[in-house]
Design a protein. Sequence first.
Length: 295
Amino acid sequence: MPTMVLDIGGTAIKSGLYKDGALSEIRETATEAMKGGSHVVNRIRQIITDYRSICPFDKIGISTAGQVDPVQGCIIYANENIPGYTGTMLKDIMEQEFQVPTAVENDVNAAAIGEAVFGAGRGQKDFVCLTYGTGVGGAMFTRGKLYSGSSCSAGEFGCIVIHPEERNPAKDMFSGCYERYASATALVKYAKELDASLSNGRAIFARQQEPEIKQVIDRWIMEIVYGLTTIVHMLNPSCAILGGGVMEQPYVLQQVQEKLYQNLMPSFRHVEIKRAELGNHAGMLGAAVLEEAVF
């Protein structure tokens, strides 16, 4: 029987059925995250119930925003993108409701597992995976295994302080941090300061040849490089897999690699910079193999 899979983000819940290495019946539902954690859980219930009416399944795999304890299947911490989500016992709730084993993992960790099994991380034992979107998410594999840290929260690369002159944690815990400068959100912020109509990455890169726009993009790329320089020197990975819609732009990946190598000690320049291969399906594919994935 297939596995029911979900990828819960702040904007959308992606869902589908997984069997024999492939996804089917893929759907996307608005999360309505600002209505709170309980509302999101009820939406998940309804989505799964709808799938069960068309096809039986024997497991549930969930990739979700927030810091996750995968053993307990609970949300250790979630910011106000999903109010009241912290503490949600997602595994217990779904197992009681649907009477099938349920596995839960952080979304970036799940995406990294997906890439390790099906995508750009195949054959890599020591690699990092970063996504550049609303924020900057991260995960790391060492000796072929996902490294979770002492409290299941490792890989918060978005919290690396790269601009200490802007640091004010009492006001904003992410002030001066990587994701405030290197995320896709940051790129849009920089561009809108130049032209308010530049409200998304597609619009920005459509005007990439304009000198002022290119300057904004190049400034943002250097912010990506600053954080990656620290990550590569600290973890010495063989590969860094970069995901998020903005990484579909060939210029970005080429420039990140070129500028990064200029900032690395020679003994670290073997690191390969790769684009994530699985796109929006990475989290669902990772969620599908949480229990049986062997690296």
